[in-house]
Structure formats: C-alpha cells, structure tokens
Design a binder for this molecule. Structure first.
Ligand code: FES
Length: 575
C-alpha cells in the first residue's frame, strides 16, 4: 500500500488497524505514551541540531522542551529527533562542505517519518539553511526557531563581538600590539553563554533572514539564547505549528517569491552577511522560486543599512533585541516590503509589525537618518574575471578601494598564502590585489570562509588595514574588508580566475558593478589551452559526491540533483 488513504499524513502510520499499525504504535509505546496520543493528534517532528560539538546550539534541547509544551497543549503529539549539527567554530575543513548533507538528511528524515508538521531547531551558520532546504523539498507545514545569540562579550571594560574580536585581536597579535597572555585572556571573555555569534555575522543574519522569510515567529530572531523569552516564544511556536497543520499552511505557502524579496531587502537593511546570498539561492531552488544573483543587487540598491551592529557598526545582538529587534527594521522599510505576505504566525507581515517601535534610534536607525546610505549592503559585480558574478559587501569595505586597479598577486591555496604572509620580503604593496583560487565549492572542496585573507604583515606594519582581495571563497559574516567573494565560475571549474597570473592587472569598479581582468582574450585563450585542474577528484565518500555534484556559487552551491522537491508522499511499508 503506497497511496495516502487518510486525511492526515501520520494516520497512514498510526491509524492503521492491521499489523503495520500495530508495529508503528507498539514500538513508540515503549516510550510510555498513553494510547490516545495515536488518535487524532497532529504529529509534530522537532528536528533538533543540538550537539555538544556545536556550542552555538548547545541549548537547543531546552528549546525543544519548550516547543513540546506548546504542542501537547494544542492537542499535538511532539516527537523530537536529531539532525546533523554543523558547528562552525569546530568542524574542519568547513561546515559548508556539509550543508547539503544536512539538507539531504533533513529531507529524508521528514519524509520517511509519520510527521504532519515540523519545527526546525537551528542555530550557528549552516543549520538554518540546511534544515530549511531539506524541509522545502518535502513541503509540510514547517516553522523554524533559531537558537538566538550569545550574551555580549566583555573584556577589560570593553564590549567584544564574537567572531569580529578574533579578526581584530589576531591581527593585533601578529602586529605585536598585544601579548599572547592578553590574547588568551581575551578569548575567555568573548563567548559568555550558549548561543550563536552575537554580531551581525552569518548566524544572526540567517536568523533575521528566516524571520523575514516568514518561517520564524515575528520578533524571535534576536532574542538572546539564554533569555527566558526565547523559551516562551518556543512554547508559542509549539502551539502554532499544530494550528498550521490544521490550516494546511505548508512551507510553499510561506516561501513565495515575495518572501524572498522581503528577505533580500531585510538582509540589506541589517547589513547582513554575504553568506545569505548563497543560502537564499539554495532555499529558493528547493521550493521552486526563481531567484537570481542579480536580484540581490537590484533589490538592495534602494535599501539603507539601518542596523548599527558589528562588524559594520558598534552594537551587538543584545542591544538590537532591546531596541525592538527585526520587527522595527521591517517597520522602517515597510514601504519596500510585500506586507500582505502571510507568515507562520498566520498573519501578514503588516499585521506582524503593526506595533513595532524602536527603543533606541542609535542601534536601529530610522529610514530618514540611516546608519549607512542606500546601496551599502551587498553588491554583485561581473566582468571578464567573473562572468557569472561575484559579491562584495560595501558596508564592510573601505570606500576608497571600491574603485581600484592594481597588480595581481596570485595564490593557488590559502595555505600557500599563509606561509608567506609574514615574510618581510614579500613583493606586495598596499595597491596589490591579492587573488586566491581553488577555494570555491569544487576547489577546496567545500567553499570555505577564507576569502578575507589576513593582510601581509609588511602591509599591517605600514598601518594599512585593508587591501582589495578577490577569490572564489566565502567570507565569515563577522569579517570585514574590501573583499570580492564567490567569483563564478570558480578557479577549479576552469573559470577566468584560474587563468590569472602574477602581474596581471585587475580592476574593481563597484559603481559600474564590474570586475575586470585586463588581459587580452588571445592571451587568456593560450593560458586556457595549457590549464589543467590542479584539484584531484577525491577518491571516495562524501567529498567525491560533493565535487561531482555541487553547483557554482551563483546558483547557491546546492547539488544539481537536489534542486526542487519530491513532496511529502507516503513511503511504502517495509514489513
Ligand atoms: Fe556558531 Fe558563529 S560560530 S554562530
């Protein structure tokens, strides 16, 4: 029997009166559930990425308990299950290598089990997009709860932003401005609680972006991980997901083209991470929404950055939450949003933000007096060096470098660069353009966050803090600099980036959105004829599958065979 015969999906397991139903109910009853939990109750899966190996998500087991309270209370039957957790600060070589693996796992777990709706417990950088991609390919009623940011870091009377502090102080250590003892002391002060990085890095960006997409309850993205309100919101989310099942509010009714446009504009207004580009493209691909790299530039051009948070500004997520959080930002840019878009709250965006009010205009600045003017977010540049595009975050860059022509210094591996970065004889000037390749999706493999190459020591000692860097890599959302990222096609795919040589001239012209390699087509053709991919195909395992199927950055770096969805049809019995 493979066709769905009951109105509610889980009844195709639990309402069966034959041996199959016996087996499905019997084994769950070994957990001590009363018999009536199997009768007429929406079954809510709680996909948790809790893990002791992912400190950013170390509290999600407590969040799950809060969700369960709400599910039970509303007449549902909650069943928590683990999903792969991707701990950004711990996993090597890079969590991005595994985002698609989590997405595959989440998709198959959701479809294979007797679930009517799903709550996704995510945090850190990759579990929100990974879970959402997987859930989108199944398309059940789905609600996400992100884990929230850590408390602010504190060090010697100063506020420290996690992620951002490491870049700043590791450069100070290299430049001899800080002792190793001071460095060790600092590291114990910058992660004071459970939760994700408390800057507007990728985790906070993805939390806000999922709220802007409408898949997370309004006002919840910025609640600190250890704040009681994160747990009360999760309790409410548990109630709401049961209603969503009754209303058949599937993910595809929330993740519309309008939702993605809202998310792109919100990402611009919060000064969000470049990683959001890759993840939103991948999520859109799963749910069948046509989204392109250029949408990010076009939709963000008239959006000012309103949020004064590190790494671009000075505050952290705690202040952002106290100032009113994301609903205030959305209220400020209301005229640019699709406000009739329906969200998981069951209400429209307009209804969600109707009472939003800023409590601190310095943290969330008004549209009339923005923190940074329109078009300061992510821009897309193209040209002979990046025919399919590349991205740059203006708010993290140095204005004087946004128009720059310089001589390329090329590195085939980030490790190769790091070996010489401190060499006092390195032939580099502040005008040099540092080029890194073989760090894209296929090349590394896994698309690591190494695009913001640390500056050569020789340059740091001149008091210079930024140079133009160009690569096919990503960059941490907490990093800064005039860094052109996600160059597509990447070097390992034989893109023009693979053909650059030391001494070539590269021109970045952000005003005209161009990235030009000043080398003639004839010379490039000669180099192309001699080029061979320096990256051997991994022998086996996940890395091999990854390299064979990962798409380029401008398509979201999803696997070619995972784009789209297979729905929530009932799998066959095996007994
Ligand atoms: Fe997990 Fe930054 S390392 S959010």
């Amino acid at each position: 029997m493979s066709e769905e015969v009951f109105a509610r999906r889980s009844e195709n397991w639990f309402a069966l009166k034959d041996k199959h139903g016996f087996i499905y109910r019997e084994r769950l009853r070994n957990q001590g559930y009363a018999p009536d939990v199997f009768i007429n109750k929406p079954v809510i899966g709680i996909a948790s990425t809790w893990s002791e190996l992912n400190p950013c998500n170390g509290h999600l087991n407590r969040v799950a308990e809060a969700v369960k309270r709400g599910v039970w209370e509303s007449g549902g039957f909650p069943l928590e299950f683990p999903a792969m957790s991707l701990g950004e600060p711990i996993m090597r070589p890079t969590t991005m290598l595994y985002r698609n693996l989590l997405a595959m796992e989440a998709e198959e777990l959701i479809r294979a089990n007797p679930l009517d709706g799903v709550v996704l417990l995510a945090g850190c950088d990759k579990t929100p997009p990974g879970l959402l991609m997987g859930a989108a390919s199944v398309d059940l009623p789905t609600l996400m709860i992100t884990g929230g940011p850590m408390l602010n870091g504190r060090y010697q009377g100063k506020t420290l932003g996690s992620g951002t502090a490491v870049w700043k102080y590791s450069e100070e250590l290299r430049a001899g401005k800080m002792t190793i003892e001071e460095f060790f002391a600092m590291e114990s002060c910058s992660a004071r609680s459970n939760g994700s990085c408390m800057t507007m890095g990728t985790a906070s960006t993805m939390a806000c972006v999922t709220e802007a997409l409408g898949v997370q309850l309004p006002g919840s993205a910025a609640i600190p991980a250890v704040d009681a309100r994160r747990y009360s919101t999760s309790h409410e989310a548990g109630r709401r997901i049961v209603q969503m099942v009754h209303e058949d509010q599937r993910l595809s009714k929330v993740l519309t083209r309008e939702a993605f446009e809202n998310a792109i504009r919100v990402n611009a207004a919060i000064g969000g991470s470049t990683n959001a580009v890759v993840h939103l493209l991948a999520i859109a691909g799963r749910i069948g929404v046509k989204l392109e790299l250029d949408d990010f530039d076009r939709l963000a051009r008239d959006v000012p950055v309103l949020v004064n948070l590190m790494p671009s500004g000075k505050y952290l997520m705690e202040e952002f939450f106290d100032a009113g959080g994301l609903p205030v930002v959305m209220k400020e840019i209301e005229s640019l949003l699709h406000t009739d878009h329906i969200t998981v709250s069951g209400k429209t965006v307009a209804e969600n933000i109707a009472n939003a009010k800023s409590w601190n205009d310095d943290v969330i600045t008004p549209m009339a007096k923005p923190f940074q003017k329109s078009g300061s977010g992510i821009v897309v540049v193209r040209g002979s060096l990046a025919p399919n595009g590349a991205v740059l975050k203006i708010s993290a860059a140095t204005p004087s470098l946004l128009q720059h022509r310089g001589v390329a210094m090329v590195f085939d591996r980030i490790e190769e660069y790091l070996e010489v970065a401190d060499d006092p004889d390195l032939d580099v000037t502040p005008d040099t353009v540092l080029v890194l390749r073989n760090a894209g999706p296929m090349g590394y493999p896994g698309f690591p966050e190494v695009g913001n190459m640390p500056l050569p020591k020789k340059i740091l000692e001149m008091g210079i803090t930024d140079m133009v860097r160009v690569s096919d890599a990503r960059m941490s959302g907490t990093a800064y600099g005039t860094v052109v990222l996600h160059v597509s096609p990447e070097g390992a795919a034989g893109g023009p980036l693979a053909l650059v040589e030391n001494g070539d001239e590269i021109e970045l012209d952000v005003a005209n959105r161009s990235l030009t390699l000043h080398v003639s087509e004839e010379v490039l053709a000669e180099r192309r004829a001699k080029w061979s991919n320096p990256n051997p195909l991994p022998d086996r395992g996940w890395s091999r599958l990854y390299v064979q199927h990962v798409q380029q950055a401008h398509l979201g770096a999803d696997f070619d065979f995972l784009v789209g969805g297979s729905g929530s049809g009932i799998p066959r019995h095996s007994h």
